[in-house]
Design a protein around this ligand. Sequence first.
Ligand code: ADP
Ligand code: ASP
Ligand code: MG
Length: 412
Amino acid sequence: MPVLVMKFGGTSVANLDRIKRAAKRIGVEVAKGYDVIVIVSAMSGKTNELVGWVNETSPLCDAREYDAVVSSGENVTAGLMALTLQEMNIPARSWQGWQVPVKTTSAHSQARIEEIPSENITAKFAEGMKVAVVAGFQGVSPEGRITTLGRGGSDTTAVAFAAAFDAERCDIYTDVDGVYTTDPRVSEKARKLEKIAFEEMLELASLGAKVLQTRSVELAMRYKVRLRVLSSFEEQSDDAGTLVCDEEEIMESNVVAGVAFSRDEAKMTLISVADRPGIASIIFGCLSDAGVNVDMIVQNISEEGRTDMTFSLPTDQVSRAEKALDALKDTGGLNFGELDVDGDVAKVSVVGIGMRSQSGVAAKMFKVLSDDGINIKVITTSEIKISVLIDRKYMELAVQALHDAFELEKTA
Ligand code: ADP
Ligand code: ASP
Ligand code: MG
């Protein structure tokens, strides 16, 4: 039997009625003759609640216990979904990550999937089971402890299963009916895309579009998984939603495919560090050892052998970064004047593979922002994206202005 992977996100399993609705949708695919692997998230809000409980109990917690608590939301929905399917006379069984087993690294709270042996589930399909309901977001480390895959990780579970079982397709059911030119919650002019190239989706995801976890897109690209994003709230035809695919499959596209943003950014500047070989290595080595995910980096022009070094990072890592840099200063490992922190910034990015061959996108982006009086604090570019750091209060305005200026509401 061909295998289909269907993933239901938090809002799609938010209560028993929604679980029933998703189960009906699964029934449609079973009736078509598929063996279905269903990946479920926790009910919406549940993971946040669990994270809150952990933080309240132990702010600098043991990551192994964080995973033990935070992974539990998915266990509930997996069992409830299997029961709902059984009530519909569809042979179904639930699986927690360790039972499959979804083998991961031991990087707790950020683990990566290393292997998914298919024997256990395949054997059950051979015995007549029609649906394997797997708890997303979780796995088991080589030490035998429960791990989680980072927020939004059920998407990655789904794609990894699609690759491991050579599934015909991986359908991601969510609360929007596809991938849009920007988050439809921020711009009402956002347009649903019929198709988007893997590279563009990868950039959009890593720059803040949380509709898919970045790692899931990476895996889909590497293993050539046909990945589709669609709504769990509407009746679906076979070509509904957005297909994430190779760029060769897309006939025409705009130069800019989409606008992404990331709200929770901070900017730190080390004022007056020595401008000599090895300094950047000391600073960013220390931050990396402290587990800080540095994103954009700018080094200013030097004056009398000293310079300023600016970088961006997620807001919730600021205190960790401050602590690490202060410790470095105290031990004499690094000499700097002051540490300036700006916790109220956001990153806005435009993404499109058309930028490889068309110049002028950056100039246009900067003009649009300046016309709205928005000051750019840091800029980074790659072949297919341009990102700027701006004051957070201008984020929505910037997204909407860029969406308008690049005419993303229109098809190419
Ligand atoms: P799920 O719980 O199903 O995993 P998420 O909340 O993780 O759902 O992702 C879906 C959300 O992603 C949407 O509700 C939307 O607000 C947001 N989003 C951000 N950028 C985009 C985009 N470009 N296209 C579609 N949705 C987007
Ligand atoms: N429940 C997890 C989260 O909220 C994983 C997921 O939904 O993808 O991050
Ligand atoms: Mg998600």
